[in-house]
Design a protein around this ligand. Structure first.
Ligand code: IPE
Ligand code: IPE
Ligand code: MG
Length: 263
């Protein structure tokens, strides 16, 4: 399989290939990606779904390199949702084992790239060996100052909001929080990663146009981009194209300004 042999090109291996307009225009601080389409990518080539997940690893590393080059500060990636437990036991087992192995195998590489790895998701049900690798990666890279890579593993937006509400309610019950003083910012402090800013740009690959329970709170004002490419075909070039398109968008956050056309 040719695709499996794609080598990993580190960030800034060839600075001339970054589109110059990207350097001048506004780059989103936080990009979130729903890495979708692995199974269909593989099946359409006569391969089992798991082969798509494997090629997805290379797409992820290339995308991380491209995000670093473009100056993105936070990259969140949806690797396993709280709903993905509904898949066949064999696929779940593969995804758990593969997540663990990828983290183990790529941690040093990411560390060399000055990437800070962070995990966002629910602990119950997640394999202990996956949690161990996530925590090892977090520990190893905790002092890194480059891109923050948020791995959303066993993550669900509703689960996160429910967990936040539960912890907030406990603080109220224990008398540590006055319910009359709860603001949006108060609630935000109970999310899994309260210091990570809202999402500026949400990308979903594979043509599906839905959120699938991803970062519901953080995407309140995210710009959205639905790419037709399947995740295994994604990488730095498609990312840069999308970032270039994003730089031309006008974000209003509910505000407005007078723009009367001259006739
Ligand atoms: C995304 O690809 C990877 C995960 C959800 C873990 P899919 O496995 O959802 O592939 P499709 O969408 O069925 O093609
Ligand atoms: C979303 O993709 C979850 C991840 C990419 C990890 P799914 O493939 O699970 O979403 P649906 O089922 O198509 O909505
Ligand atoms: Mg899918």
């Amino acid at each position: 399989m040719l695709e499996m042999k794609r080598e990993i090109i580190p960030p800034f291996a060839n600075p001339d290939i970054i589109p110059p307009e990207l350097r001048e225009k506004s780059v989103p601080a936080h990009v979130a990606i729903i890495m979708d389409g692995n199974g269909r990518w593989a099946n359409s080539r006569g391969l089992p779904r798991t082969e798509g997940h494997k090629v997805g690893e290379l797409a992820l590393l290339d995308t991380v390199a491209g995000a670093i080059e473009a100056g993105v500060k936070y990259l969140s990636v949806y690797a396993f949702s709280t709903e993905n437990w509904r898949r066949s036991p064999a696929e779940v087992r593969f995804l758990m084992g593969y997540s663990r192995d990828v983290l183990r195998a790529r941690c040093d590489q990411l560390n060399e790239w000055n990437v800070r790895v962070r995990w966002s998701g629910r602990r119950p049900r997640l394999w202990k060996s996956v949690i161990a690798e996530l925590e090892r990666a977090q520990e190893l890279t905790s002092q890194n100052t480059g891109l923050t890579l948020v791995m959303n593993l066993n993550y669900g937006g509703r689960a996160e909001i429910t967990d936040a509400a539960q912890r907030l309610a406990m603080d109220v019950a224990q008398g540590n929080l006055n319910p009359e003083r709860i603001r949006e910012s108060t609630f935000g402090r109970y999310l899994y990663l309260p210091d990570v800013p809202d999402v500026d740009l949400l990308i979903r690959t594979s043509g599906e146009q839905r959120l699938s329970n991803y970062l519901l709170w953080q995407c309140a004002y995210a710009e959205m981009y639905f790419a037709t490419l399947a995740w295994p075909d994604f990488g730095r070039f498609p990312l840069w194209e999308i970032l270039t398109e994003y730089s031309g968008r006008q974000r209003r956050f509910g505000g407005a300004r007078e723009e009367i056309e001259k006739s």
